[in-house]
Design a protein around this ligand. Structure first.
Ligand SMILES: Nc1nc2c(ncn2[C@@H]2O[C@H](COP(=O)(O)OP(=O)(O)O)[C@@H](O)[C@H]2O)c(=O)[nH]1
Ligand SMILES: [Mg+2]
Length: 207
């Protein structure tokens, strides 16, 4: 019996950034809707799946968490391979994680495919009391790197679904355009072949 495909588009997304900045919390909030203050350090679990619907199409997310490897800077090229989206994250309550961004961004740019998008995500936007990175610094990031930045909070849910919704929309549009591009290229090739055949046949007829 034929099994029905459970999604229309698959998006491989990897998330990087310093340890303890809330990467696992954000991914788990998005996939399960839950936030756990005592979230344990990610050990072993490094892959989550979830599907969202965008304009009657199902976009399947394959979400790669670092499984604690970022602690030892032991993330390898294979982690980034085939990613459609890389989220480089930092924590607004942790200035060091903001200072680490250039390193993470250059690593992402080194390993990513040319088609892969990089997005900056600020985490823990709910925690005003401990905030060290203000919105002006975040805006400056966008200008410096030419990469969009979104402020989120896994705790308050701020921009969590919105972030992944935008990514899903973007990726879907990109894939549809790619598909149309391929179809257009195919039909143009057909046109060229047809013109050639016509030219040759008229040539043949007059010889
Ligand atoms: N206030 C606040 N704390 C958060 C948020 N997200 C994560 N945390 C806390 O930050 C700590 C590290 O989170 P975790 O997701 O394990 O970070 P990771 O090492 O980057 O995966 C945990 O104690 C979380 O409860 C958030 O949005 N707001
Ligand atoms: Mg983690």
């Amino acid at each position: 019996m034929e099994t029905k495909k459970r999604y229309d588009h698959l998006v491989k997304l990897v998330m990087v950034g310093d340890a303890g900045i809330g990467k696992s919390s954000l991914l788990s909030k998005f996939t399960s809707g839950a936030f756990n203050q005592n979230y344990l350090t990610t050990v072993g679990v490094d892959l989550l799946f979830t599907t969202v619907e965008v304009e009657q199409k199902r976009v399947r997310f394959q979400l790669w968490d670092t499984a604690g490897a970022e602690r030892f800077r032991s993330i390898t090229a294979s982690f980034y391979r085939g990613a459609h989206v890389i989220i480089v994250a930092f924590d607004v309550t942790n200035g060091d994680s903001y200072m680490s961004l250039p390193r993470w961004i250059s690593e992402a740019r080194r390993y990513k495919n040319s088609e892969c998008d990089v997005i900056l995500v600020a985490t823990k936007a709910d925690d005003d009391e401990n905030r060290q990175v203000d919105s002006d610094h975040i805006l400056a990031l966008e200008t410096t790197y030419g990469i969009p930045c979104v402020e989120t909070s896994a705790k308050s849910s701020k921009n969590v679904n919105e972030l992944f919704d935008i990514i899903a929309h973007d990726q879907m549009k990109k894939k549809e355009e790619e598909r149309k591009g391929i179809e257009k290229a195919k039909s143009e090739k057909r046109k060229i072949t047809l013109t050639l055949t016509r030219r040759f046949s008229s040539f043949a007829c007059c010889s």
